[in-house]
Ligand binder design. Structure first.
Ligand code: FNR
Length: 355
C-alpha cells in the first residue's frame, strides 16, 4: 500500500498528502512585493495537488536579500500581496507556508540568469553582514562582523516578519537555517570564528538559532506549526556535521519546532557533495530518529515510487519535490496514477473530467 497520499497533521494543520514544494527563489519581486508571477506560480502547484507549499526565502530585512528581486516581509505593505497568494493556495487545498530568512554573507548577488555574482554598489548591491568578517569565496564581499546590538536587531526582524506571515494567512513558517545564509553561517566553524557567546563551542554557535526560534515561536500562533530548514552537513572536513544537526534538532524540539527540513551544503565552495537520487534522505532519517521529531527529505526526488518508499519506510514524514515541480506542477496528480491510486489524485473539481 502506498503512503504518499496519507494525510499528516502538525499541531492543528492537516496536509492532504506528504508531497510538498520546497522553497525556491523566483527572483521576481520588486521592493520585496509579491506579484502576479507569484500568484500563478504558487497557485499552479496548489492546483497541481501538493499538500504543502513553502514560499521561497523571504527576507526579514532588505539587507538580508539574496538578490534585489527577493520577496520580503520587512514592511507591512508586503503583507497584502502575499496574503492573496496564501489565500489562493489554501482555497485549492495546499497548506501555505513561507520560509523566512536572512542571506548574511551571501546577500546582494545577481539573479542566477544574470550570472549570480556578487553585486557592487553601483550595480544595485549593498554592504553585507555575517558572524565574522570572512567572505564566502573569492570575489565575494567581506561581511562586517555583527555587533551584539545588531544581532538582537536581526532577531527582532525575524519576530516582526513572523507576525506579518501570520497576518498574511500562512499556516506554517520555516526558518531558513541552510545553504550558507546567516543562520547556517553561525552554525559552521568555517564561517563563525567569533570569540563571544555566539561563537566557538557548539552551544555558542547554535545560540543565535535557538534564541531566534524561541522568539519567533513566542509570537507565532500556538495552533500553527513551525519548521526549521537545516544544512545538516557542510560536506567539508572541519565544518558543521550531521551529528551537530541531530544535537541541534534535539534542542529545537522542546522550543516548539514541529518539523526539521533536512537539506545540506551551501556554506563552503570547498564542499564535495555526493549528489544523486535521494542523496539527502539519510540526513532526514538521522535527524528524525536521533531527535524523535518529524523530518522532511529533499533533493533529487523525482519519481512516485521513490517518494512513496521514503514515507512508507518511515525515512521521512514529508517528501519535498523541488525542480521536478518546476518542470511539472501536476506531478502529485501524475504520482497518484503512477502508484495506481487514481482515486487519491488531488484534483481540483474543475479538472475532474480528466481523471
Ligand atoms: C532552490 N533552493 C532553495 N532552498 C531554500 O531553502 N530556499 C530557497 O529560497 C531556495 N531557492 C531555490 C531556487 C531554485 C530555483 C532552486 C532550484 C532551488 C533549494 C530547494 O529548496 C531544494 O532544496 C533543491 O532544489 C533540491 O531539491 P530538488 O530540486 O532536487 O527536488
Amino acid at each position: 500500500m502506498p503512503h504518499l497520499f496519507d494525510p499528516l497533521t502538525l499541531r492543528t494543520v492537516t496536509l492532504r498528502n506528504r508531497i510538498a514544494m520546497p522553497p525556491m527563489c523566483q527572483y521576481s519581486a520588486h521592493d520585496g512585493l509579491a506579484n502576479d508571477w507569484h500568484l500563478v506560480h504558487y497557485g499552479s502547484r496548489a492546483a497541481g495537488g501538493a499538500g504543502l507549499i513553502i514560499v521561497e526565502a523571504t527576507a526579514v530585512e532588505a539587507r538580508g536579500r539574496i538578490s534585489p528581486n527577493d520577496l520580503g516581509l520587512w514592511s507591512d505593505e508586503q503583507i497584502a500581496p502575499l496574503a492573496r497568494v496564501a489565500s489562493f493556495m489554501r482555497q485549492y487545498g495546499a497548506v501555505p507556508a513561507i520560509q523566512l530568512g536572512h542571506a548574511g554573507r551571501k546577500a546582494g548577488t545577481a539573479r542566477p540568469w544574470d550570472g549570480g555574482h556578487p553585486l557592487d554598489d553601483d550595480a544595485g548591491g549593498w554592504a553585507i553582514v555575517g558572524p565574522s568578517a570572512l567572505p564566502f569565496d573569492e570575489g565575494y564581499r567581506t561581511p562586517a562582523a555583527l555587533s551584539l546590538e545588531e544581532i538582537a536587531a536581526i532577531q527582532q526582524a525575524f519576530v516582526q516578519s513572523t507576525l506579518r506571515a501570520d497576518a498574511a494567512g500562512f499556516e506554517m513558517v520555516e526558518v531558513h537555517g541552510a545553504h550558507g545564509y546567516l543562520i547556517h553561517s553561525f552554525h559552521s566553524p568555517l564561517s563563525n570564528q567569533r570569540e563571544d557567546r555566539y561563537g566557538g563551542s557548539f552551544e555558542n554557535r547554535i545560540r543565535f538559532t535557538l534564541e531566534t526560534v524561541a522568539a519567533m515561536r513566542a509570537v507565532w500562533p500556538e495552533d500553527k506549526p513551525l519548521a526549521v530548514r537545516l544544512s545538516c552537513t557542510d560536506w567539508v572536513e572541519g565544518g558543521w556535521t550531521l551529528e551537530e544537526s541531530v544535537a541541534l534538532a534535539q534542542q529545537l524540539k522542546p522550543l516548539g519546532v514541529d518539523l526539521i527540513d533536512c537539506s545540506s551544503g551551501g556554506g563552503s565552495p570547498l564542499a564535495r557533495i555526493p549528489a544523486g537520487p535521494s542523496y539527502q534522505v539519510p540526513l532526514a532519517e538521522a535527524v528524525r530518529r536521533g531527535a524523535d521529531i518529524p523530518a522532511a527529505a529533499v533533493g533529487l526526488i523525482t519519481q512516485a515510487m521513490q517518494a512513496d518508499e521514503i514515507v512508507r519506510n518511515g525515512r521521512a514524514d514529508i517528501v519535498l519535490v523541488g525542480r521536478e515541480l518546476l518542470r511539472n506542477p501536476y506531478w502529485p496528480q501524475r504520482a497518484a496514477l503512477d502508484l495506481h491510486k487514481p482515486s487519491q489524485a488531488p484534483v481540483p473539481s474543475q479538472y475532474l473530467r480528466a481523471f
